[in-house]
Design a binder for this molecule. Structure first.
Ligand code: NAD
Ligand code: IPM
Ligand code: MN
Length: 369
C-alpha cells in the first residue's frame, strides 16, 4: 500500500476542531488498510501570524510544495482584524493558492437525502441536488493590479480593485468544467456579466470557443451571474456543472451551500495543472470559514472537512473506491440521524463536532465489515 504525504494546515477558529475529526478518519483508513498517510502539521493564517508575524511562513510554503496534497481547515478571525492588509490571515491562503498554481476550485453542492428538510428551500426543489461549481481561483479581482487605496487632493480616498482575465486563464478553467461535465450529465452553465464587464465579454467569448472546438457533445448555456444567483434559489436542479470566475464563484458557492442544508456541508478541491508525471498540486478545504461565532464550543459541523478528505482520495490519490466509501459513510451517518446543530431540525438529537466525527467513523467501519 503506497504512503502519501499529506500536509495538514488546521488554521484558525473551527479549523483545528474539524481537522481533528479528519485526523481520526485518517487513522481509521490506515488501520483498515485502505490508505496510509504520512502527515505533517503546520501553521497558516492567524496562528502563523502569532508564531511568525506572517500568515504563511516560507518554510510552510516549501512543505506545501513538497506534499502530495494539502488539507486546510480555515483561516481568519476577529483577533487579527487589526493586522496590516498584506499579512492578514486570508493572505496566507491566497498565497498558497497563487504560488502553487491552484487555479481550479471544485465545489460540489450535494443535498444528501436525509437533509432535504434541513435546506433553506422546499424539499422538492433540492431533493437529489448535485451541482459542481467550478470556480476560477488564481485570477480575477482577487489578484488583479492595481489594488490600492489612495488619498485624493481633497483628502477623501479612492479604492481600486482590478478584475483581470486572460484568454489562457479562461481556457484552462473552461477545459476543467467541460471535462467534468463529460463524466456527469453533459451540461455546463457559464456565469459572468458580459453586459457590464469587459472581462465578462472575454469570458463568454473564450468559453464559447473552447466549447465549439473541443466539446460539441456537451451542452453549454451562458447565464448572467446575477440571474444565476436567482436561478440557484428558484430552481437549482437546472444546473449541473457551473463554471465562473473567482469572485462570482465565491458568492455563488455560499448560496449553493444553503441549498444543501449548511455551509458546514460543502467540501472543495483546489487543483493545479497536470504535470509531465501526471500529478498535480492540490489543496483540499471546506468552503466555510473559521466561524468565530461558534469556535471552541464543539458546535462545528465537520462534514465539509471530512468530505474534503474524500475529495483528496479521489482527485489526488486515484482512490475513487475509498472516496466512495467515505462519502457513503457520511450518507449513512446522516441517514442514521446524526446531526450537528446547523443541520438539526426541530426535535433532532444534536451531536457536537466530535460526535459527528464518531458517527462517520462507525458508519465507515460498518461499511467495511
Ligand atoms: P464563516 O464561513 O466562517 O461563517 C459563516 C456562518 O456559517 C457562521 O454563522 C458560522 O457559524 C457558520 N458556519 C460556518 N462553518 C460552519 C460549520 N462547519 N458548522 C456549522 N456552522 C458553520 O464566514 P464569516 O463569518 O464570514 O468569516 C469568518 C472568518 O473566516 C473571516 O475571517 C473570513 O475571512 C474567514 N473565512 C475563511 C475561509 C477559509 O479559510 N477558506 C472561508 C471563508 C471565510
Ligand atoms: C473561500 C473564502 C476565501 C475566498 C477567503 C478566506 C480568502 O471565502 O475560500 O471561499 O474569498 O476565496
Ligand atoms: Mn468564501
Amino acid at each position: 500500500m503506497p504512503t502519501y504525504k499529506l500536509l495538514l494546515l488546521p488554521g484558525d477558529g473551527i479549523g483545528p476542531e474539524v481537522m481533528g475529526q479528519v485526523q481520526t478518519v485518517i487513522g481509521v483508513l490506515a488501520e483498515t488498510g485502505i490508505a496510509t498517510f504520512e502527515t505533517e502539521t503546520d501553521l497558516v493564517g492567524g496562528a502563523a501570524i502569532d508564531a511568525h508575524g506572517k500568515p504563511l511562513a516560507d518554510a510552510t510554503l516549501a512543505r506545501a510544495d513538497a506534499a502530495d496534497a494539502i488539507l486546510l481547515g480555515a483561516v481568519g478571525g476577529p483577533k487579527w482584524n487589526g493586522v496590516a492588509y498584506d499579512i492578514r490571515p486570508e493572505a496566507g491562503l491566497l498565497r498558497l493558492r497563487k504560488d502553487l498554481g491552484l487555479f481550479a476550485n471544485l465545489r460540489p453542492a450535494i443535498c444528501y437525502p436525509a437533509l432535504a428538510e434541513a435546506s433553506a428551500l422546499k424539499r422538492e426543489l433540492v431533493e437529489g441536488l448535485d451541482i459542481m461549481i467550478v470556480r476560477e481561483l488564481t485570477g480575477g479581482v482577487y489578484f488583479g493590479e492595481p489594488k490600492e487605496i489612495t488619498t485624493l487632493p481633497d483628502g477623501s480616498k479612492r479604492a481600486v480593485d482590478t478584475q483581470v482575465y486572460t484568454t489562457g486563464e479562461i481556457e484552462r478553467i473552461a477545459h476543467v468544467a467541460f471535462d467534468l461535465a463529460r463524466k456527469r450529465s453533459g451540461r455546463v452553465a457559464s456565469a459572468e456579466k458580459n453586459n457590464v464587464m469587459k472581462s465578462g465579454v472575454l469570458w463568454k467569448e473564450v468559453v464559447t470557443q473552447v466549447h465549439a472546438a473541443h466539446y460539441a457533445d456537451v451542452a453549454l448555456e451562458h447565464v448572467l451571474a446575477d440571474n444565476c444567483a436567482m436561478q440557484l434559489v428558484r430552481r437549482p436542479k437546472q444546473f449541473d456543472v457551473l463554471v465562473t470566475d473567482n469572485l462570482f464563484g465565491d458568492v455563488l458557492s455560499d448560496v449553493a451551500a444553503m441549498l444543501t442544508g449548511s455551509l458546514g456541508m460543502l467540501p472543495s478541491a483546489s487543483l493545479g495543472a497536470v504535470d509531465a508525471r501526471g500529478t498535480r498540486k492540490a489543496l483540499y478545504e471546506p468552503v466555510h470559514g473559521s466561524a468565530p461565532d461558534i469556535a471552541g464550543q464543539d458546535l462545528a459541523n465537520p462534514l465539509a472537512m471530512i468530505g474534503s478528505l474524500a475529495m483528496a482520495l479521489r482527485y489526488s490519490f486515484g482512490l475513487g473506491e475509498a472516496a466512495d466509501l467515505l462519502d457513503g459513510a457520511i450518507t449513512d451517518a446522516l441517514a442514521g440521524g446524526a446531526r450537528t446543530k446547523d443541520i438539526a431540525g426541530d426535535g433532532a438529537k444534536v451531536l457536537g463536532t466530535a460526535g459527528m466525527g464518531e458517527a462517520v467513523v462507525s458508519a465507515l467501519r460498518a461499511r467495511m465489515r
